[in-house]
Design a protein around this ligand. Structure first.
Ligand code: SER
Length: 604
């Protein structure tokens, strides 16, 4: 099946059921400053989900261009994209009974139609025994979606193919902080071995690919975080065009569909590499294909690369594509050629690409030129900074911000270069450090000299308490991974981070660092209570507690125990349960002389 056949089938199916076709809204929202891009079909329809009358009626069908950058790091695998097309059908509180029978257009109708469209030979003809679904399990905000569950059962889906999942998986919206939202039911297709389709649906198995999502918008999230039932009950469904196309053609890689093959071919030609040969170059090719495609669609809406808002994302997409292009050996400027392929693929479906061809080419070329200059200069500068960072790791946020501010070196690339120069950090943490700096910078400019700085106070805040317990876990993990002889030589905790020094003259490999980090996180995730007992110092020692600073303690000491993993003499304070710590991340491991190593870590 071709992409166009799929779009057309979808539209006709719902047209036959009384839906009016509406055109895709732009990727850059016209009237909504709360989000940068249209991330889903629902987004341009929010006013109508809240009760405003849509001129085309209350049953709609569309193919919406979407752009999401929240999982940009996942782009590079087989099924994630920044830009994608979403097929959607909508009930805007449609109270009419379909075909004069039934109760209106809500869960029952939406699910039954999804099932029919997916499985009927007249439509997609997917095999029912390769489909599975998930429904909302219920929580303190909203009940288990019994209705959706019952509809699936009535359609013949077995219990083993219906997963009940929490909000994280089976809830959609709101698009911003507040607004319409609700439980959803998602449909998955088995892309693994057709002769061994597991009876039990496992949503964590990535061979079950999500292709469609029916959202039942029956709540409104308030600014205080509570959920109020919506007067108007809506249906918002979203089917990923690229993924579904792959599935229909028996492929487990979206980049092998007709929507991407010409782009991949172009990249093969330019790089002189074959798609499928190496994991790394394949991944780079997918990133280039995705990013140039997304960038082209953004520029077709006359967006220019810049340092702010949408323009910054566009800049990132182009620059990232260029970076990966260089990595796989593409010589010279190349994004214009790839964009041409994108325009050819979509010339009939999205004529705006060709209409803005000159603009797109000009912007790409200009950005690529700028970037190559920045890169040459930046790589050298980052190297110098990386050296500095080995001495002053606490300056990481500041340095990353300086590079952005002074040299226009994009955050992401700074991070990649720093990594290449052996500086360890966690990306989410640094992103937030960076944003913090940016905000701080803006506040400073506003408040000028009135700004006051607070800091350095030793405290027993929630945050430092987490670090105290994390320090015990780290010590225990080091003893497990590197050897029982490890013992603490020094430790320093602030509300932002922890530092831990210990003797270990050998090199610590990245694998070992990962093992240590993983072990600490496993213990955190086991949700072990942290218990405390008071005893004499000798009793403590006899019980096997670590206590390396005997002179600091009085006669009676406190011993903190964390399951069978850690037992230490310590003054506290500590969290009540390891799960309170959150996620533990090692930012840096360094030698500080005299055979000592220093670990810097954070929790978030
Ligand atoms: N809004 C939902 C999604 O994006 C369904 O369209 O998955």
């Amino acid at each position: 099946m071709t992409a166009d056949e799929l779009r057309k089938k979808y539209i006709s199916f719902f047209q036959e059921r009384g839906h009016a076709v509406i055109p895709s809204a732009p990727l850059i929202p016209e009237h909504d400053p709360s989000v940068l891009f249209t991330t889903a079909g629902m987004h341009p329809l929010v006013p109508f989900l809240l009760g405003e009358k849509h001129p085309a009626g209350n049953r709609l069908v569309d193919v919406q261009k979407c752009l999401r950058t929240d999982d940009i790091d996942e782009v590079g695998d087989f099924c994630h994209h920044t830009f994608f097309e979403m097929l959607g059908n909508w009930s805007l509180g449609d109270p009419a009974a379909p075909d004069g029978i039934g109760t209106g257009y809500f869960k029952k109708e939406a699910i039954a139609w999804s099932w029919e469209f997916l499985t009927s030979d007249k439509w997609l003809g997917l095999k029912p025994d390769m489909l599975a679904v998930s429904v909302f399990a219920g929580d303190q905000d909203a009940a288990f979606d019994q209705e959706a569950y019952d509809v699936w059962k009535s359609l013949g889906i077995s219990d083993s193919r219906i997963a009940r999942l929490p909000k994280k998986n089976n809830w959609w919206g709101p698009a911003g902080q507040t607004g319409p939202c609700g439980p959803d039911t998602e449909m998955f297709y088995w892309t693994g071995d057709v002769h061994h389709v597991p009876e039990q649906f496992d949503p964590d198995n990535s061979q079950w690919v999500e292709i469609w999502n029916d959202v039942f918008m029956q709540f409104h999230k308030q600014s205080d975080g509570t959920y109020k039932p919506l007067m108007q009950k809506n249906v918002d469904t979203g089917m990923g065009l690229e993924r579904t196309l792959a599935v229909l053609n028996g492929q487990d890689d979206d980049y092998q569909t007709e929507l991407f093959i010409p782009i991949i071919k172009k990249i093969e030609e330019l790089s002189n590499k074959r798609y499928g040969d190496f994991v790394d170059s394949d991944c780079a090719m997918r990133i280039i294909a995705d990013h140039v495609r997304a960038a082209s669609f953004l520029m077709a809406e006359k967006l220019e690369p810049s340092n702010v808002e949408q323009g910054y994302i566009l800049r990132r997409l182009i620059r990232r594509a260029v970076r990966y292009g260089k990595q796989i050996g593409i010589q010279g400027f190349f994004t214009v050629q790839i964009a041409q392929t994108v325009m050819d693929i979509y010339q009939d479906t999205y004529p705006e690409l060709n209409q803005h061809k000159g603009f797109i080419q000009e912007q790409l070329l200009r950005e690529e030129e700028k970037f190559v200059k920045t890169l040459e200069r930046g790589v050298k500068i980052v190297k110098q900074y990386a050296r500095k960072l080995h001495e002053e790791p606490q300056d990481l946020g500041k340095i990353v911000f300086d590079l952005y501010q002074t040299y226009g070196f994009p955050l992401e690339l700074t991070l990649e270069e720093l990594k290449r120069n052996g500086v360890l950090f966690s990306s989410p943490e640094l992103h937030s450090l960076f944003e913090e700096k940016l905000k701080h910078h803006q506040e400073l400019s506003r408040a000028g000299a009135e700004q006051k700085f607070k800091g350095g106070l030793a405290d027993h805040s929630e945050q430092t308490t987490k670090y105290h317990t994390a320090t015990h876990l780290l010590q225990a993990a080091l003893r497990t991974i590197l050897g029982e002889h490890i013992e603490q030589r020094g430790s320093n905790i602030t509300a932002e981070r922890m530092r831990f020094d210990f003797p270990y003259p050998d090199k610590i490999t990245p694998e070992q660092i990962k093992q240590i980090e993983d072990l600490v996180n496993r213990v955190i995730n086991r949700a072990i209570p942290v218990t405390m007992q008071e005893m004499s110092f000798d009793e403590a020692k006899q019980s096997g507690a670590l206590g390396l600073f005997a002179s600091r303690y009085g006669k009676r000491v406190k011993v903190y125990t964390i399951g069978d993993f850690s037992k230490e003499i310590c003054g506290g304070p500590h969290v009540a349960n390891t799960k309170d710590i959150g996620h533990f991340i090692i930012m840096k491991v360094e030698s500080i002389g005299q055979g000592l190593k220093r670990i810097r870590a954070i929790v978030e």
